[in-house]
Design a protein around this ligand. Structure first.
Ligand code: ADP
Ligand code: 5GP
Length: 221
């Protein structure tokens, strides 16, 4: 099973972190790539756990040194996946999960076409806005312009959804977790009983659920 690269992208606030942390309690053998970023830590984040927090100068030196599989500028900060994360997961005999934005995902899909890409979307812009507001309240970060820029970015990112192999609508959390688990097991060739669920999440299956969620963002498949 070792060596599959899972790319997960989602508009900020879709519930990706929540989903991924639940997935990791259900499925073993998954390593989570800790990205480098120049943004400041939020809430209870710790250096080396959620991200490797670094400076723009050090990040740019890493770009110049060819140390990244991919990198992108998101909301005014650099984010990147170090090549060493791939080597580390491989040595540990694990699959690697990348939580990266759409720009980074396109770079990885080009460089490593066998990577399994999964897009997570919220059921509607209204729900996304509510989740962003709830989270920012919890983190005591309520700047209205931050919420508005994340909502606008979500619509922009959703336009790339057809380039992903799978898409999950994170409406009912337990269902989305079950779908993500089904995709991982199916892609590992370990998918007894999950084939149908995994297949229903393929973007080319264009399920009614996916089309309905996309329609609320005025995006068609
Ligand atoms: P992301 O990592 O995509 O930015 P988070 O995992 O931080 O998003 O989730 C954003 C907010 O939405 C959090 O407050 C989280 O508890 C909540 N949330 C996530 N998934 C669901 C869901 N299926 N139903 C309701 N709330 C959710
Ligand atoms: P946040 O600041 O909310 O943790 O993340 C903001 C965005 O950056 C999210 O869309 C997240 O997926 C993306 N991101 C996190 N790490 C990386 C990375 O290593 N590369 C790229 N391209 N995007 C990343």
């Amino acid at each position: 099973m070792a060596g599959i690269l899972f790319i997960i992208s989602a508009p900020s606030g879709s519930g990706k972190s929540t989903l991924v942390s639940q997935l990791r309690t259900l499925v073993g053998g998954l390593e989570f790539s800790v990205s480098y970023t120049t943004r400041a830590p939020r809430g209870s984040e710790e250096d080396g756990r959620e991200y490797h927090f670094t400076t723009r100068e050090r990040f740019e030196a890493m770009i110049a040194g060819g140390e990244f599989l991919e990198w992108a500028e998101v909301f005014g900060n650099y984010y990147g996946t170090a090549l060493s994360a791939l080597a580390h997961a491989k040595d540990a005999g694990k699959d690697l999960l990348l939580d990266i934005d759409v720009q980074g995902a396109m770079q990885v899909m080009t460089k490593l076409p066998t990577a399994v890409s999964i897009f997570i979307l919220p059921p509607s812009p209204k729900v996304l806005e509510m989740r962003l507001r709830n989270r920012s309240e919890a983190e005591k970060m309520t700047a209205e312009d931050v919420i508005q820029s994340r909502l606008a970015e979500a619509e922009h990112e959703l336009k790339q959804i057809a380039k992903y192999r799978y898409a999950l609508v994170n409406d009912v959390l337990d269902q989305a977790v079950a779908e993500m688990r089904a995709i991982v097991l199916w892609e590992r060739g370990d998918g007894v009983g999950v084939q149908e669920l995994a297949a229903s999440c393929r973007t080319d299956a264009a399920s009614e659920r996916l089309r309905d969620a996309l329609a609320t963002f005025h995006v068609a498949l």
